[in-house]
Design a protein around this ligand. Structure first.
Ligand code: SAM
Ligand code: SF4
Length: 311
């Protein structure tokens, strides 16, 4: 289905939990997240049912399983098995538990993964995640993804002033050695974040100073893909600098069953309450269509939390 700006909305991001085993400084407060009643969180069967209905409404091209950290949700493999027959199913993870789950996720129908890494230095990774995470752990996660054919692996780095800015060119080189696609994300000033923003132009300047000028070669979803003079590809996702909204085909389902047409806020639809109060499938499908018609073109960031809505 197309929205009122002519965008075909066919990409659903499903946050399966608001919990996480890390406490990234740009995402969650150090003390963790406010307690949410267990009963407020969608059960796995509810996620599967709602995903199926949203697919009926929109003929989804892709479903991304995210969180919080999706691999801390019990039953994650059976959820992937339940939704993957609908359409291409992928996951964004911090990678910490990926070695344990990669083979089963692949057998359950997962196509590929995006893994987060914000530095190549253990002390910086620990500072960012507020947990004892090392580069070696993340490299093992990438290896597990690759060995289990969860390809191509993309890695996401949120660029933070005075934290990992200064390492970006080295990360591009590292990603080439690891045979993964490096993507830098502009930090968004969300609730819970305690970081400073580095704009797209500054990200590009830093990389070009080391690797030669970077030429824009393509747009892949919300990522602008560049190639350096030295022939290395990398991406930049610039929610703050802008330009993403025109290509945004996304909808988000939160762990509490709210369907959000835009990361930056605006109207939402409580599908959990509709489902639990016995709404008919046709009523839910109609409500999804009505919500798409109201998807905004550019909202202001802030006031929402990544761990709640799944990044
Ligand atoms: N826990 C998983 C992970 O970290 O990959 C999945 C959930 S996380 C919320 C999804 C994505 O959102 C990650 O790539 C993360 O880096 C990104 N993210 C979180 N907070 C952000 C912020 N304030 N600005 C930009 N990206 C952010
Ligand atoms: Fe957890 Fe991902 Fe948020 Fe980091 S970015 S705290 S790993 S949900």
């Amino acid at each position: 289905m197309k929205d009122s700006y002519g965008r075909r909305i066919d990409y659903l991001r499903v946050s399966v939990t608001d919990r996480c085993n890390l406490r990234c400084i740009y995402c969650m407060p150090e003390s963790g997240i406010p307690h949410i009643e267990h009963s407020a969180i969608l059960r796995l069967e509810e996620i599967q049912q709602l995903t199926g209905l949203i697919h009926q409404a929109l003929n989804l091209r892709k479903i991304r399983i995210t969180g919080g950290e999706p691999l801390v949700r019990r039953g994650i493999v059976s959820l992937v098995k339940g939704v993957s027959p609908l359409t291409e199913t992928v996951m964004t993870t911090n990678g910490i538990l990926l070695s344990e789950f990669a083979a089963d996720l692949r057998s359950a129908g997962l196509s590929r993964v995006n893994i987060s890494i914000d530095s190549l230095k253990d002390e910086v990774i620990r500072k960012v995640t507020r947990r004892n995470v090392t580069l070696n752990m993340i490299e093992k996660a990438i290896e597990a993804a690759r060995n289990n054919n969860l390809n191509p692996v993309k890695v996401n780095c949120v660029v933070l002033k005075g934290v990992n800015s200064g390492e970006l060119a080295e990360m591009v080189r590292w990603a080439e050695r690891m045979d993964v696609t490096m993507r830098f994300i502009e930090h968004m000033p969300m609730t819970g974040s305690v970081c400073s923003h580095v704009p797209r132009d500054e990200i590009l300047r830093e990389i070009s100073a080391d690797l030669g000028s970077a030429e824009l070669i393509a747009t892949e979803g919300t990522a602008d893909m560049y190639v350096t003079d030295s022939g290395i590809r990398f991406g930049v996702i610039a929610p703050v600098a802008g330009g993403m909204c025109a290509n945004c085909t996304r909808l988000r389902l939160t762990a509490e069953g709210e369907l959000l047409p835009c990361l930056a806020g605006g109207e939402s639809l409580n599908l959990r309450d509709m489902l639990r109060s016995g709404s008919k499938d046709s009523e839910i499908i109609k409500a999804v269509h009505d919500l798409i018609a109201k998807k905004p073109h550019h909202g202001a960031c802030g006031g929402v939390s990544m761990w709640r809505i799944g990044g």
